[in-house]
Design a protein around this ligand. Structure first.
Ligand code: SAM
Length: 201
């Protein structure tokens, strides 16, 4: 794999620090963490470096994303960062099992709702009782108008694909509850994003 496969997402440099602060609190001390929708792989490298006692498993269904993850992984040389696996959250079969945590950053709004349903079902399959599913991204809040930046983002997403768009926190909570993933906490993040933490019942 050549280094030219590495891609950069400008938002990662802005959000990886605040997300890391939440992960320090929500992740177990050791064990395996599945990252669904790793994208460029920049988060995977940052978090694997920050948590040397965790084994970080990146994944993405997009071959270009996986090539980018491989490129960043080769450069980083981290022993606890595994090669990426091909994982479509919507699939009823995932290529992994028995994880101590699942992390998914910025996927739910930019994929069909079936991906969120599959994410909840898959997380419930691979997590043991008490283990966390941690989501990050922009969401709608019941009874509150979207912030102007998120409203513009939502309109752009829906124009690109009518199946995409910002989800309500409540709809995501119900979807998780249906899979026996209990709501743990909501954390307000910079730039009108949220972290939602669920734990397997
Ligand atoms: C906006 S990018 C976010 C990437 C990375 N998590 C980040 O925050 O930079 C969305 C990612 O979701 C992935 N994705 C889309 N549909 C998916 C699905 N059904 N299952 C898993 N990943 C999916 C895409 O391939 C893409 O890498």
């Amino acid at each position: 794999m050549t280094m030219s496969a590495r891609r950069q997402a400008p938002a990662v440099a802005r959000n990886r620090g605040p997300i890391l602060d939440v992960l320090r609190d929500a992740l177990p001390v050791s064990g395996r963490v599945l990252e669904v929708a790793s994208g460029t792989g920049e988060h995977a490298v940052h978090f694997a470096a920050a948590f040397p006692d965790l084994i970080w498993q990146p994944s993405d269904p997009d071959p270009d994303a996986r090539a980018s993850i491989v490129g960043w992984r080769e450069e980083a040389g981290l022993g606890n960062l595994l090669p990426p696996v091909t994982l479509d959250a919507a699939s009823p079969q995932w290529p992994v099992s028995e994880m101590e945590a699942v992390v998914c950053i910025n996927m739910i709004h930019i994929s069909p709702w079936e991906a969120t349903e599959g994410l909840m079902a898959g997380a419930a399959r691979v997590l043991d009782s008490g283990r966390p599913l941690i989501l990050y991204g922009p969401f709608r809040r019941e009874g509150l108008p979207l912030e102007p930046s998120n409203a513009a983002f939502d309109a752009d997403l829906r124009q690109r694909d009518p199946r995409w768009g910002l989800r309500t926190v409540e709809s995501v909570r119900v979807c998780a509850f249906d899979q026996r993933l209990a709501f743990d906490k909501l954390v307000e993040m910079p730039a009108n994003n949220l972290v939602l933490v669920f734990r397997k019942a």
